[in-house]
Design a protein around this ligand. Sequence first.
Ligand SMILES: C[S@@+](CC[C@H](N)C(=O)[O-])C[C@H]1O[C@@H](n2cnc3c(N)ncnc32)[C@H](O)[C@@H]1O
Length: 208
Amino acid sequence: MGWWTDRVVPHLADRSLSSRPVMERRARAVDGLAGRVLEIGFGSGRNATLYPDAVVSVDAVEPSDVGWRMSGERRAASRVPITRAGLDGQRLEAEDAAYDAVLSTFTLCTIPDVTRALAEVRRVLRPGGSLHFLEHGLAPQAGVADWQRRLDPVQRLVAGGCNLSRDVPGLVTTTGFTMADLEASYLPGPGVGRPWTYLYAGRAVAPA
Ligand SMILES: C[S@@+](CC[C@H](N)C(=O)[O-])C[C@H]1O[C@@H](n2cnc3c(N)ncnc32)[C@H](O)[C@@H]1O
């Protein structure tokens, strides 16, 4: 990893992913979560105080000790017990069908083998359980998508392995999930930011 990724990127992510429009989308992404929940890429815990009352417990998977420490106050303020349950979304420690729901926000961009991580998410979800996601990804305009592919190598270097051009809904459905809800739109802001601001928000259901 290195000093920049270990020490700086968790703070940059915390700041850049907490604007009002992003927090409003986070609140919508957690809506409907219930029972035993797994959150992959827990980061600095920006969702920790947003979980609905129906959530019984949250298992958090997060490789960064800095991110985990940063989340301390938010975990303490959460009404839901949150346990660190692993370090890698590509190799989940849970048994098959252990969770009612999984939450991923701004994480599928960063996990190196995202296909493997989604297969793990499918494995640990009970049949009919839901993956709730809020992720940035591949823009629909060819010009923006071209810039995303051009910028990907630099983005990976400066942003802890983050990719701009991942086709999030495509990756989710290829893993065998059924898309139940999907919204996609740019965050408000100048056009030059578009490679970073196309957000997918959705809920996908694991096969029965
Ligand atoms: C951009 S941050 C988003 C953090 C948080 N989910 C949020 O919404 O603010 C990406 C997160 O993915 C985590 N991550 C990176 N590789 C991972 C992996 N293999 N498994 C699980 N999480 C990973 C990073 O440590 C970081 O916390």
